[in-house]
Design a protein around this ligand. Structure first.
Ligand SMILES: NC(=O)c1ccc[n+]([C@@H]2O[C@H](COP(=O)([O-])OP(=O)(O)OC[C@H]3O[C@@H](n4cnc5c(N)ncnc54)[C@H](OP(=O)(O)O)[C@@H]3O)[C@@H](O)[C@H]2O)c1
Length: 289
């Protein structure tokens, strides 16, 4: 029996993640849907199966805000999947006021940056063993609103108006993480890219009803919003592109802010993150980059 290519998608029950799963399922890829709520996960699976009858889907429950749960979910995937061709770190949140997880981590930092860092680090050996493999991090144009403060990763000194600068900072972290990881895994059989999906009408930020209605009128729908993720995930043209920022379904690094191009900041963020999240065996690639 042939084993289907396998993808893991986080935040798979809603918005861009749900449509990413649908697109991958249409390509015949088995998708592990990482969701935090069983009922919402089952509803999303039923929705996809209704539109893609031969979809092959499984669910792994995980609260990505908790490192202990990320570790458990990664172990579950490693124990049950023979291969992993694609990891899409899609889940993300935007919250207005500072909250802290039960592990003592500022919530947007935990979900938007620590979770993809830890999940990727833990699943990297399985990805590399399944080479060629891809990692895709869903970032945002909002990175350009963010300013990285390595001395205050937990944002104890300032959160910004409605949490927007902080959200931007965590999206900047997605890009710096992508660029540093790309350097570290160059030539190992896996590539990593990140992207801005466009402005998409989803549940992000839990918008009130009038904003939701307005969003539906002026933003992309979630299926269009998943197109750039799908291009970075499966488009054969981009099989060698490593460390890029995709916009409108193609590499668009010219749209990166100066802060997102800062190599020293990327390296510094890696070290600071590692100290708080995981002791990773990854070291910088020795070759030219
Ligand atoms: N929408 C836009 O215009 C836009 C623009 C740029 C970038 N993005 C990025 O796109 C990505 C997807 O967001 P979206 O717009 O599709 O928003 P969404 O509809 O709110 O989807 C977010 C997903 O993340 C999941 N999630 C949140 N916290 C979680 C946790 N602690 N553990 C596990 N899963 C969790 C949500 O699960 P629940 O349903 O259970 O809450 C949901 O499935 C995010 O990274 C966002 O930053 C969005």
């Amino acid at each position: 029996m042939t084993v289907r290519p396998t993808a893991v998608v986080t935040g798979a029950n809603s918005g861009i993640g749900l449509e990413t799963v649908r697109g991958l399922a249409r390509e015949g890829i088995h998708v592990v849907m990482v969701c935090r709520n069983q009922t919402r996960a089952e509803a999303a699976r039923a929705d996809i199966e209704a539109s893609v009858p031969d979809a092959s889907l499984s669910i792994v429950l995980c609260d990505l805000s908790l490192q202990a749960d990320v570790r458990r979910a990664a172990a579950e995937i490693e124990a049950t999947k023979e291969r992993l061709d694609l990891l899409v770190n899609n889940a993300g949140i935007m919250i207005r006021s500072r909250q802290v997880t039960t592990e003592g981590v500022e919530m947007m930092l935990a979900v938007n940056h620590f979770a993809p860092f830890l999940f990727t680090t833990l699943l990297l050996p399985l990805l590399q063993a399944s080479a060629p493999a891809r990692i895709v991090n869903v970032a945002s144009w909002a990175h350009s609103m963010g300013r990285l403060d390595l001395d205050d990763l937990q944002a104890t000194r300032g959160y910004g108006l409605f949490g927007l600068p902080r959200y931007g900072e965590t999206k900047l972290m997605n890009i710096l993480f992508t660029r540093e990881l790309a350097r570290r895994i160059e030539g190992t059989g896996a590539i990593v890219n990140c992207l801005h999906p466009g402005n998409v009408a989803t549940n992000l930020g839990n918008p009130p009803a009038p904003n939701r209605l307005l969003g539906r009128m002026i933003f992309l729908d979630a299926a269009r919003g998943a197109e750039t993720t799908l291009a970075a995930s499966t488009n054969t043209e981009y099989g060698d592109v490593n460390g890029s920022y995709f916009v409108k379904s193609e590499p668009g690094d010219h749209k990166l802010s100066a802060a997102a191009r800062d190599r020293e900041a990327a390296a510094g963020l890696w070290v600071a993150t590692e100290a708080l999240v995981v002791s990773s065996p990854l070291r910088p690639h020795a070759g030219p980059s």
